[in-house]
Design a protein around this ligand. Structure first.
Ligand code: SF4
Length: 367
């Protein structure tokens, strides 16, 4: 029989949750680090290549706002994507490049934010390994993400995916992690890991908090969530003509067959996009849709015009960046160095606390 204690549905190896919680509360925050000038935020995105308007509205615009107030670490999490695409890694380099290009095109500022590739900061892998000692296999097997995909992805790497996620966050001693309400669980494990580590080895990690953001609902051409994998998206790299063509293929209210038929805008993905890209959509689009005065073809053309106007500066910047790829790679290299510096400090502390810094150089005493 396992000697693990189970508390609040979580198995922790040989632990007493109440005791851990109490010690962790005493531990509070990181003790050796000087306070950051600004609170720290870590956010990650898997390298899926060129981004689409769902990514732009759902994450990037928020990142661009947050970089004003926070020390921002934007991580392209290639190690996470390897859990699914480990057999064919050739496209990764291009996918990373396109993603970084779109970060910059959308307004991410390399002066303010460190943009970097996860696998280039080896400390992610090291902390993942150390954290993996602090959680049991049954706990990981119970997590919904594992349950949902275990038939397709049953590797050791995929099982440990949430532990790597927790390591990503704790490595930067992030104060906040921007998430949608439905992603709260991602933070839960990072918090749990930080508490457990602090209780065992002494205060080391901050306990990250979720920063909830209102994410507008963006649906794709088939009325499902907009996603590259469904091929129902509008990539930022689309030309104006391609955007118009894609919008013409969009699902609309099936009860509105022709102009004159009354429509239900609240059930139409085109209207969801009008809400973002058309001023006064509630007055300008919804009423004539409902009366039948506005036909779907005209409605889509109006959206196409407004969407193309809104995307024009992003597309222009994108073209400029594509013409100087070295600059994009340099931004990632500079971000990597900043990330390494912060992650390196954390790991020095972690090794010291765990007493595995066997050959650490002692500072010479001043005479
Ligand atoms: S008129 Fe516009 S909002 Fe109404 S159903 Fe057609 S496309 Fe959708």
């Amino acid at each position: 029989m396992s000697d693990n204690k189970k508390t609040a549905g979580v198995d922790v190896p040989g632990g007493d949750k109440q005791e851990i919680q109490q010690k962790a509360e005493e531990a509070a925050v990181c003790d050796t680090e000087k306070p950051a000038r600004k609170p720290v935020i870590l956010s990650g995105m898997q390298p899926t290549g060129a981004l689409h308007i769902g990514n732009l509205e759902g994450a990037l615009k928020n990142w661009v706002r947050l970089q004003e107030e926070y020390e921002f670490y934007a991580c392209i999490v290639d190690l996470h994507s390897l859990t699914a695409i480990y057999e064919d890694t050739k496209p990764l380099k291009s996918l990373i490049f396109q993603m970084a290009t779109d970060f910059l095109a959308a307004g991410m500022d390399p002066e303010r934010s460190a943009m970097f590739v996860q696998s280039e900061v080896k400390e992610h892998a090291e902390l993942h390994l150390l954290f993996s000692m602090l959680i049991t296999v049954p706990t990981l097997m119970r997590l919904p993400t594992y349950q949902e995909k275990k038939d397709k992805l049953d590797s050791y790497g995929f099982l440990g995916y949430p532990v790597l996620q927790a390591a990503d966050i704790c490595l930067y001693n992030a104060d906040r992690v921007p998430v949608g309400k439905d992603q709260e669980k991602h933070i839960w494990l990072a918090k749990d890991m930080a508490q457990r580590f602090n209780a065992l080895y002494g205060k080391t990690f901050k306990e990250p908090e979720a920063l909830f953001t209102e994410i507008p609902l963006i649906k794709g051409s088939d009325n499902r969530k907009m996603s590259k994998s469904y091929d129902n998206h509008i990539p930022l790299e689309f030309t104006e003509k391609q955007t118009e063509k894609r919008l013409k293929q969009f699902y609309t209210d099936p009860k509105k067959v022709r102009k004159g038929d009354p429509g239900r805008p609240e059930q139409c993905p085109i209207f969801l996009l009008h809400r973002i890209y058309t001023a006064n959509a509630e007055e300008e689009i919804a009423p004539p849709c409902k009366t039948g005065e506005l036909g779907c073809v005209d409605c889509k053309m109006r959206l196409s015009k407004n969407l193309n106007v809104a995307l024009a500066p992003v597309r222009e910047k994108r073209e400029e960046l594509l013409a100087k790829p070295d600059y994009v790679w340099d931004v990632l290299a500079e971000g990597r160095d900043r990330a390494r510096a912060r992650a390196g400090r954390t790991m020095e502390k972690v090794r010291r606390k765990m007493k595995i810094d066997y050959r650490a150089t002692k500072k010479k005493k001043k005479k």
